[in-house]
Design a binder for this molecule. Structure first.
Ligand code: AHM
Ligand code: MG
Length: 337
């Protein structure tokens, strides 16, 4: 937590500029891109807050590329983020949960590729529960004269140059990393600015909360079943039984895990043989953040960030959180597989 006594308030804009100034050769493009996302986040936050009193709330009757019902706010957030990214000549391509294919922007020469989950956890919109936006940024690999290639879009998570999320909760906050730790900003709605609230935040090494949709228990592998039973057994030395917490919004569940420690799990199951969550715009960005905060993220065995993607909308199981909790679940998975 940043000690605010005798410290002046630092806005997201100032913070980004200060960070950029530490790298004399920086062109400022990534900084501009992050500012564009920050602007879109403020506009989405405003709409999320007033969703209940406008007609924007609810389903629009169409389905997205995954066959899930799309809520109106998903479409609004998608449009807002894409048009914000299109303002500067920085981003050449966007891949979003809401769009089947690649969205090529007007900036053919742009050097960044952005993956987006514009509004994650949208089943929570109607019931006034936290939702979030997720972004993941890569550097383009192909030469500008060559045109964009598949390799530009399908880079492993380790190649991310920045990633973050915006959580629309009891307050709106933005957390991001450029590979130099994780910074968190809280939106002050009275002045319309994101204010630095935590710099270089670290996840506890171990935690006492597990977060998984236990309704799917019967369709899990034995290793995960045994691990969850382990979490529930009483053992004062390891502070067990752990608490169960599950919001059903990945951003909110992972943000809580970042702050309080513990583990968030979305495993593969008979319903979702490859897991439900998407590698490129859900798991990779949040894994980058959690690793930057000192935590761990695996697909059950290997590191999420090392997965070589073969499709833009591919899914993966994920076990993410405090190092000790992730190592423990992996022990169970190995023992019972
Ligand atoms: P969405 O992108 O359609 O909103 O789905 C992703 C969400 C995650 O935020 C959350 O962790 C998960 O779906 C919850 O799924 P379930 O309802 O199966 O537990
Ligand atoms: Mg999502």
């Amino acid at each position: 937590m940043v000690d605010r006594r005798n410290k002046r308030v630092i806005t997201l804009e100032e913070y980004i500029i200060q960070a950029q100034n530490k790298f004399p050769g920086a062109t400022g493009e990534l900084s501009q891109l992050l500012r564009d996302i920050g602007l879109a986040a403020k506009i989405i936050s405003r709409e999320v807050n007033k969703a209940g009193i406008t007609n924007i709330l609810g389903e629009d009757g169409s389905t997205n590329v995954h066959g899930e019902t799309v809520k109106k706010l998903d479409l609004f957030a998608d449009k807002q983020l894409i048009s914000s990214l299109n303002r500067s000549n920085i981003t050449c391509m966007v891949i979003s949960e809401e769009n089947d294919g690649i969205v090529e922007l007007d900036n053919e020469g742009g050097k960044y590729i952005v993956y987006l989950d514009p509004l994650d956890g949208s089943s929570n919109i109607d019931v006034n529960v936290s939702i979030g936006s997720i972004f993941s940024i890569y550097m383009r690999q192909s030469d500008i004269d060559e045109g964009l290639s598949k390799a530009d879009a399908l880079q492993p998570g380790l190649k991310q140059v920045a990633a973050g999320y915006v959580l629309y909760g009891s307050s709106t906050l933005m957390a991001y990393t450029t590979g130099l730790g994780v910074s968190v900003f809280t939106l002050d709605p009275s002045i319309g600015e994101f204010i630095l609230s935590d710099d270089d935040i670290k996840i506890p090494e171990t935690g006492t909360i597990y977060s998984v949709n236990e309704g799917s228990y019967n369709s899990w592998d034995l290793g995960l079943k045994k691990y969850i039973k382990y979490c529930q057994v009483e053992d004062p030395q390891t502070n067990r039984p752990y608490k169960a917490r599950y919001i059903g919004s990945m951003v909110a569940d992972v943000h809580r895990t970042l702050i309080t420690g513990g583990i968030f799990i979305y495993p593969h199951s008979s319903q979702y043989p490859s897991g439900k969550l998407r590698l490129m715009y859900e798991c990779n960005p949040l894994s980058f953040l959690i690793e930057q905060a000192g935590g761990m993220a695996i697909d059950g065995e290997g590191r999420i960030l090392e997965i070589k993607p073969n499709a833009i909308h591919q899914r993966t199981p994920i076990y993410i959180g405090s190092r000790q909790n992730v190592l423990k679940v992996r022990e169970f998975i190995r023992e019972y597989s």
